[in-house]
Design a protein. Structure first.
Length: 225
Protein backbone atom coordinates (compact mmCIF):
# COMPACT_ATOMS: atom_id res chain seq x y z
CA UNK A 1 0.00 0.00 0.00
CA UNK A 2 1.34 3.43 -0.92
CA UNK A 3 1.48 5.39 2.32
CA UNK A 4 1.67 8.73 0.52
CA UNK A 5 -1.74 7.98 -1.01
CA UNK A 6 -3.11 7.26 2.45
CA UNK A 7 -1.88 9.96 4.79
CA UNK A 8 -4.46 8.85 7.34
CA UNK A 9 -2.71 5.54 7.93
CA UNK A 10 0.26 7.44 9.30
CA UNK A 11 0.20 8.51 12.90
CA UNK A 12 -2.22 6.14 14.55
CA UNK A 13 -1.13 3.50 16.93
CA UNK A 14 -0.17 -0.11 16.54
CA UNK A 15 -2.96 -1.03 18.94
CA UNK A 16 -5.66 0.16 16.56
CA UNK A 17 -3.93 -1.49 13.61
CA UNK A 18 -3.96 -4.79 15.51
CA UNK A 19 -7.61 -4.45 16.52
CA UNK A 20 -8.48 -3.62 12.95
CA UNK A 21 -6.64 -6.69 11.65
CA UNK A 22 -8.61 -8.82 14.12
CA UNK A 23 -11.86 -7.32 12.88
CA UNK A 24 -10.89 -8.09 9.28
CA UNK A 25 -10.20 -11.76 10.16
CA UNK A 26 -13.59 -11.89 11.87
CA UNK A 27 -15.29 -10.53 8.72
CA UNK A 28 -13.52 -13.19 6.68
CA UNK A 29 -14.78 -15.88 9.09
CA UNK A 30 -18.29 -14.48 8.67
CA UNK A 31 -18.04 -15.10 4.93
CA UNK A 32 -16.83 -11.81 3.45
CA UNK A 33 -14.63 -13.01 0.58
CA UNK A 34 -13.90 -9.98 -1.56
CA UNK A 35 -10.27 -9.01 -0.89
CA UNK A 36 -10.88 -5.51 -2.25
CA UNK A 37 -13.43 -4.96 0.52
CA UNK A 38 -11.33 -6.54 3.27
CA UNK A 39 -8.28 -4.50 2.23
CA UNK A 40 -10.25 -1.27 2.01
CA UNK A 41 -11.72 -1.83 5.48
CA UNK A 42 -8.24 -2.61 6.76
CA UNK A 43 -7.14 0.84 5.58
CA UNK A 44 -9.94 2.92 7.11
CA UNK A 45 -9.41 3.93 10.75
CA UNK A 46 -12.92 3.27 12.11
CA UNK A 47 -11.87 4.68 15.50
CA UNK A 48 -11.72 8.11 13.86
CA UNK A 49 -15.43 7.86 12.98
CA UNK A 50 -16.76 7.40 16.53
CA UNK A 51 -16.75 9.62 19.63
CA UNK A 52 -13.57 9.47 21.64
CA UNK A 53 -15.44 7.79 24.52
CA UNK A 54 -16.28 4.94 22.14
CA UNK A 55 -12.78 4.43 20.73
CA UNK A 56 -12.10 1.21 22.62
CA UNK A 57 -15.13 -0.39 20.93
CA UNK A 58 -14.44 0.94 17.45
CA UNK A 59 -13.21 -2.43 16.14
CA UNK A 60 -16.00 -4.53 17.65
CA UNK A 61 -18.32 -5.88 14.98
CA UNK A 62 -21.25 -3.82 16.22
CA UNK A 63 -23.18 -0.68 15.37
CA UNK A 64 -22.40 2.16 17.80
CA UNK A 65 -24.31 5.34 18.70
CA UNK A 66 -23.07 8.54 17.00
CA UNK A 67 -25.60 10.93 18.60
CA UNK A 68 -28.87 12.40 17.27
CA UNK A 69 -30.43 8.92 17.56
CA UNK A 70 -28.23 7.64 14.74
CA UNK A 71 -25.61 4.88 14.52
CA UNK A 72 -22.43 4.00 12.66
CA UNK A 73 -23.28 0.75 10.85
CA UNK A 74 -21.96 -2.62 11.96
CA UNK A 75 -18.71 -3.46 10.10
CA UNK A 76 -20.19 -6.74 8.82
CA UNK A 77 -23.06 -4.82 7.21
CA UNK A 78 -20.65 -2.30 5.68
CA UNK A 79 -18.63 -5.22 4.29
CA UNK A 80 -21.75 -6.90 2.93
CA UNK A 81 -23.12 -3.74 1.30
CA UNK A 82 -19.72 -2.90 -0.19
CA UNK A 83 -19.27 -6.44 -1.54
CA UNK A 84 -22.70 -6.24 -3.17
CA UNK A 85 -21.80 -2.90 -4.66
CA UNK A 86 -18.67 -4.34 -6.30
CA UNK A 87 -20.31 -7.59 -7.37
CA UNK A 88 -21.18 -6.31 -10.84
CA UNK A 89 -17.89 -4.66 -11.78
CA UNK A 90 -16.50 -1.43 -10.39
CA UNK A 91 -18.89 1.51 -10.49
CA UNK A 92 -17.39 4.84 -11.60
CA UNK A 93 -19.50 6.77 -9.13
CA UNK A 94 -21.74 6.05 -6.16
CA UNK A 95 -24.27 8.00 -4.14
CA UNK A 96 -24.68 7.13 -0.48
CA UNK A 97 -27.82 8.37 1.27
CA UNK A 98 -27.19 8.69 5.02
CA UNK A 99 -23.58 9.78 5.64
CA UNK A 100 -23.91 9.33 9.41
CA UNK A 101 -20.36 9.05 10.77
CA UNK A 102 -18.87 8.99 7.26
CA UNK A 103 -17.36 5.52 7.74
CA UNK A 104 -19.17 3.75 4.89
CA UNK A 105 -18.34 6.64 2.55
CA UNK A 106 -14.65 6.39 3.49
CA UNK A 107 -14.65 2.65 2.73
CA UNK A 108 -16.26 3.42 -0.65
CA UNK A 109 -13.70 6.14 -1.32
CA UNK A 110 -10.92 3.56 -1.01
CA UNK A 111 -12.49 1.67 -3.92
CA UNK A 112 -14.37 4.07 -6.18
CA UNK A 113 -13.29 7.21 -8.02
CA UNK A 114 -16.22 9.46 -7.15
CA UNK A 115 -18.22 9.12 -3.94
CA UNK A 116 -21.20 11.38 -3.21
CA UNK A 117 -22.91 11.25 0.16
CA UNK A 118 -25.81 13.16 1.71
CA UNK A 119 -26.85 13.57 5.34
CA UNK A 120 -29.91 15.29 6.77
CA UNK A 121 -28.67 15.92 10.35
CA UNK A 122 -26.60 19.07 10.05
CA UNK A 123 -24.09 18.44 12.91
CA UNK A 124 -23.40 14.94 11.55
CA UNK A 125 -22.94 16.35 8.06
CA UNK A 126 -20.48 18.95 9.40
CA UNK A 127 -18.53 16.41 11.45
CA UNK A 128 -18.27 13.99 8.52
CA UNK A 129 -17.07 16.81 6.26
CA UNK A 130 -14.31 17.64 8.77
CA UNK A 131 -13.28 13.98 9.07
CA UNK A 132 -13.01 13.53 5.29
CA UNK A 133 -10.81 16.62 5.07
CA UNK A 134 -8.60 15.56 7.99
CA UNK A 135 -8.16 12.07 6.58
CA UNK A 136 -7.38 13.38 3.10
CA UNK A 137 -10.35 11.93 1.21
CA UNK A 138 -10.47 14.15 -1.86
CA UNK A 139 -12.84 11.93 -3.83
CA UNK A 140 -15.78 12.29 -1.42
CA UNK A 141 -18.35 15.03 -1.92
CA UNK A 142 -20.58 15.39 1.11
CA UNK A 143 -23.75 17.47 1.03
CA UNK A 144 -26.49 18.39 3.47
CA UNK A 145 -29.73 16.72 2.36
CA UNK A 146 -32.53 18.86 0.99
CA UNK A 147 -35.89 18.58 2.73
CA UNK A 148 -37.86 18.40 -0.47
CA UNK A 149 -36.02 15.73 -2.42
CA UNK A 150 -34.23 12.46 -1.73
CA UNK A 151 -30.71 12.02 -3.09
CA UNK A 152 -28.59 14.42 -5.14
CA UNK A 153 -30.20 14.81 -8.58
CA UNK A 154 -27.78 17.57 -9.63
CA UNK A 155 -24.81 15.17 -9.54
CA UNK A 156 -26.40 12.04 -11.04
CA UNK A 157 -26.99 9.69 -12.63
CA UNK A 158 -25.14 7.22 -10.41
CA UNK A 159 -23.88 3.71 -11.19
CA UNK A 160 -24.86 2.70 -7.67
CA UNK A 161 -27.12 4.32 -5.08
CA UNK A 162 -26.47 2.93 -1.61
CA UNK A 163 -29.11 3.82 0.96
CA UNK A 164 -27.79 3.30 4.50
CA UNK A 165 -31.09 4.01 6.28
CA UNK A 166 -34.21 1.82 6.30
CA UNK A 167 -37.02 2.88 3.94
CA UNK A 168 -40.69 2.14 4.71
CA UNK A 169 -41.25 1.50 1.01
CA UNK A 170 -38.97 1.14 -1.97
CA UNK A 171 -37.87 4.76 -2.70
CA UNK A 172 -38.85 4.79 -6.36
CA UNK A 173 -38.30 8.57 -6.46
CA UNK A 174 -34.59 7.69 -6.70
CA UNK A 175 -35.04 5.73 -9.94
CA UNK A 176 -34.35 8.77 -12.10
CA UNK A 177 -30.98 9.23 -10.36
CA UNK A 178 -29.87 5.70 -11.37
CA UNK A 179 -27.70 5.29 -14.47
CA UNK A 180 -28.88 2.88 -17.17
CA UNK A 181 -27.43 -0.48 -16.11
CA UNK A 182 -27.06 0.89 -12.59
CA UNK A 183 -28.24 -0.43 -9.25
CA UNK A 184 -29.77 0.74 -6.01
CA UNK A 185 -29.06 -1.11 -2.75
CA UNK A 186 -31.56 -0.22 -0.04
CA UNK A 187 -32.92 -1.66 3.22
CA UNK A 188 -36.73 -1.80 2.94
CA UNK A 189 -39.33 -2.64 5.59
CA UNK A 190 -41.10 -5.96 5.11
CA UNK A 191 -44.72 -6.73 6.03
CA UNK A 192 -44.87 -8.15 9.54
CA UNK A 193 -41.81 -6.22 10.73
CA UNK A 194 -38.08 -6.01 10.11
CA UNK A 195 -36.20 -4.97 6.97
CA UNK A 196 -34.58 -6.69 4.04
CA UNK A 197 -31.76 -5.54 1.84
CA UNK A 198 -33.22 -4.93 -1.62
CA UNK A 199 -31.30 -4.56 -4.87
CA UNK A 200 -32.95 -2.81 -7.82
CA UNK A 201 -31.36 -3.05 -11.27
CA UNK A 202 -32.14 -0.57 -14.00
CA UNK A 203 -32.18 -1.62 -17.67
CA UNK A 204 -33.48 1.30 -19.72
CA UNK A 205 -36.90 2.02 -18.32
CA UNK A 206 -37.31 -1.30 -16.51
CA UNK A 207 -36.46 -1.81 -12.85
CA UNK A 208 -36.01 -5.33 -11.44
CA UNK A 209 -36.23 -5.89 -7.70
CA UNK A 210 -34.44 -8.64 -5.79
CA UNK A 211 -34.85 -9.18 -2.02
CA UNK A 212 -31.82 -10.35 -0.03
CA UNK A 213 -30.89 -10.77 3.65
CA UNK A 214 -32.71 -9.33 6.69
CA UNK A 215 -30.99 -6.19 8.04
CA UNK A 216 -31.60 -3.53 10.67
CA UNK A 217 -31.02 0.15 9.91
CA UNK A 218 -32.21 3.39 11.53
CA UNK A 219 -35.10 4.94 9.54
CA UNK A 220 -34.78 6.85 6.30
CA UNK A 221 -36.61 10.15 6.74
CA UNK A 222 -38.55 11.28 3.69
CA UNK A 223 -40.17 14.65 3.18
CA UNK A 224 -40.62 17.08 6.03
CA UNK A 225 -41.50 14.66 8.80
N1 LIG B 1 -23.59 5.17 6.65
C1 LIG B 1 -23.49 5.62 8.01
C2 LIG B 1 -24.58 5.10 8.92
C3 LIG B 1 -25.86 5.70 8.55
S1 LIG B 1 -27.08 5.82 9.82
C4 LIG B 1 -22.15 5.32 8.61
O1 LIG B 1 -21.32 4.66 7.95
O2 LIG B 1 -21.91 5.77 9.72
C5 LIG B 1 -28.30 6.54 8.76
C6 LIG B 1 -28.12 8.01 8.50
O3 LIG B 1 -29.08 8.38 7.51
C7 LIG B 1 -28.40 8.89 9.70
O4 LIG B 1 -27.29 9.70 9.96
C8 LIG B 1 -29.62 9.71 9.26
O5 LIG B 1 -29.61 11.03 9.77
C9 LIG B 1 -29.49 9.69 7.76
N2 LIG B 1 -30.70 9.94 6.98
C10 LIG B 1 -31.96 9.50 7.23
N3 LIG B 1 -32.80 9.93 6.26
C11 LIG B 1 -32.06 10.63 5.36
C12 LIG B 1 -32.34 11.33 4.14
N4 LIG B 1 -33.57 11.38 3.66
N5 LIG B 1 -31.32 11.94 3.48
C13 LIG B 1 -30.06 11.91 3.99
N6 LIG B 1 -29.73 11.28 5.14
C14 LIG B 1 -30.71 10.65 5.82
Amino acid sequence: MALDKHPHVLGFGMASARSRARLISRLEQLGIQDDRVLEAMNRVPRHMFVDEAMTSRAYDDTALPIGYGQTISQPYIVAQMTSLLLADGEPANVLEIGTGSGYQAAVLAELIDAVYTVERVKPLYELARRRFAELGYRNIRVREAREDILGLPAYGPFDVILVTAGAEQLPTSLYEQMADGGRMIVPVAVPGGGQRLVVVRRQGSSFAREDLDPVSFVPLIEGND
